[in-house]
Design a protein around this ligand. Structure first.
Ligand code: PLP
Length: 481
């Protein structure tokens, strides 16, 4: 394909995206296909002759769309958002167009330096403690990871390295393997599944501690577990606190668990995958206070800050722990400017992979186009839509809110036994008009309703509520004694 064809293909693809997003509300949010649907729609081996791009693009509607769950639909309320915005899509396209990798400063100085600048912009925007930022003489700094899951793995590996190095320095005849086998981490039963997976990847058992009635990890629960482990000869090393849990968006009280971590010299990682973005709003700024105790913090721009997947912003207070834990040097990775400027790190030592995408470009474009005012207005609108939905739940005596609405998430259920909520949920899924997911809170089944799409408007809340309300009526009528 030459550049003339690319121009035409690219313009047609941009039109396709714009048409898709303009009309996505009219598509059923969930596809009507069975597993294996694609078999038969595409050949089972690649044909010898290439197709014309026009034919390939035409097949998007015929072949791809039938199997698409429309995450950008204003009727998608499942999980947490998959952020998107036009500026970010352009950023993705430009990065793909430039096709550069930036694993060390020299491999593409702008990749590194724009990322450093963006991480400081974001850190200031979110009111993070100063020591998380890149500064002259400081050790803090941020990096864009692919996902919150990766950030947790990285934090765990850094925590592990820090603890092992500290014990080896302070104890004569210490054996690294013996220490490694004794390390243990902690989180609550409300933490995302990725925390447990980080333990699997990083070979560290993670204790899943019971959360309290607010869905939070209580300091005394943590302290008790830590003391029991120490008494049994184990070495507490790593805690992951939830700042916006996946189930109900609960927020662990960092002001009380932080001091426990500091007292026992345990690395505290704060997983703010979804809710972290709200720290840019003055009305949520107070929640940043407990971050002074944290060693690392991560939030996903690809969840709630208008930047397409993948884009997870992670900060550490002391980046030397990342570099010492993750550095593997080879002669071909060295360069003459290595280590000359703390604001020009070699990011290959801050992540798992060697190669890295130019993700900072889409961040730069998106943040500049929206500005602080635009970003704040976007978040406030989403929070307001969630409040509008929660009012409807509150005003209907058949329903109850399971926890107070938080950020863009409302958790609710039909009053009574779980089976009526389950029947309602099954009906909603079978009808495919809106997409929600279920979870549990305080041992009861709940439906999670999240404002996901940047396209969601008041009329979508009305639509969702009328669907839920009608289906509830059918469930409750059928269920009458
Ligand atoms: N942490 C929390 C609180 C989440 O809600 C999620 C996903 O929803 C994750 C981590 C995982 O995020 P990622 O897909 O970026 O790994």
């Amino acid at each position: 394909m030459d550049s003339a064809q690319f121009r035409e293909f690219g313009k047609a693809a941009v039109d396709l995206i714009a048409d898709y997003l303009d009309n996505v509300r009219d598509r059923s949010v969930l596809p009507d296909v069975e597993p294996g649907y694609l078999h038969g729609l595409i050949p089972d081996r690649l044909p010898d002759k290439g197709d014309k791009w026009e034919d390939v693009l035409a097949d998007v509607e015929k072949t791809i769309m039938p199997g698409m769950t429309h995450w950008q639909s204003p009727r998608c309320h499942a999980y947490y958002p998959a952020a998107s915005s036009y500026p970010s899509i352009i950023g993705e396209m430009l990065a793909a167009g430039f096709g550069n990798l930036g694993f060390s400063w020299i491999t593409s100085p702008v990749c590194t330096e724009l990322e450093v600048a963006m991480m400081n912009w974001l850190g200031k925007l979110l009111n993070l403690p100063e020591d998380f930022l890149f500064s002259e003489g400081g050790r803090g700094g941020g990096v864009i990871q692919g996902s919150a899951s990766e950030a947790t793995v990285i934090a765990l590996l850094a925590a592990k390295g820090r603890t092992i190095r500290k014990i080896c320095q302070n104890t004569i005849n210490s054996n690294e393997n013996d220490i490694r086998a004794k390390l243990v981490g902690y989180t609550s039963d409300q933490a995302n599944s990725s925390v447990e997976k980080a333990g699997l990847v990083g070979s560290m058992p993670i204790r899943i501690l019971p959360s309290n009635e607010k869905g939070e990890l209580a300091a005394d629960t943590l302290q008790e577990a830590v003391e029991v482990d120490i008494a049994n000869g184990l070495i507490p090393c790593f805690v992951v606190a939830a700042f916006g849990s996946t189930g109900t968006c609960s927020i662990d009280d960092l002001e009380s668990i932080g001091p426990v971590c500091n007292k026992f010299d345990i690395w505290l990682h704060v997983d703010a995958a979804y809710a972290g973005a709200a720290l840019m709003l003055p009305e949520y700024k107070h929640l940043a206070a407990g971050l002074k105790y944290a060693d690392s913090f991560d939030f996903n721009l690809h969840k709630w800050l208008l930047v397409n997947f993948d884009c997870s912003a992670m900060w550490v207070k002391d980046s030397s722990h990342l570099v010492q834990s993750l550095s593997v040097d080879r002669i071909y990775l060295k360069h003459q400017r290595q280590g000359q400027n703390p604001k020009a790190p070699d990011y290959m030592h801050w992540q798992i992979a060697l190669g890295r995408r130019f993700r900072a470009l889409k961040v730069w474009i998106t943040l500049r186009v929206y500005g602080v005012d635009g970003l704040q207005a976007f978040l406030r609108k989403q929070i307001d839509l969630a409040l509008q939905f929660s009012e409807k739940v509150k005003n209907d005596p058949r329903f109850e809110l399971s926890v107070p609405p938080r950020m863009g998430l409302v958790c609710f259920r039909l009053k009574g036994e779980d089976d009526v909520t389950k029947m309602l949920y099954d009906r909603l899924m079978a009808r495919r008009k809106i997409f929600t997911v279920i979870a549990t809170a305080q041992n009861k089944l709940i439906i999670r309703f999240c404002i996901n799409s940047q396209l969601t408007e008041k009329k979508d809340i009305e639509f969702a509520w009328s669907e839920i309300s009608e289906q509830a009526m059918i469930v409750l009528n059928n269920n009458e004694p």
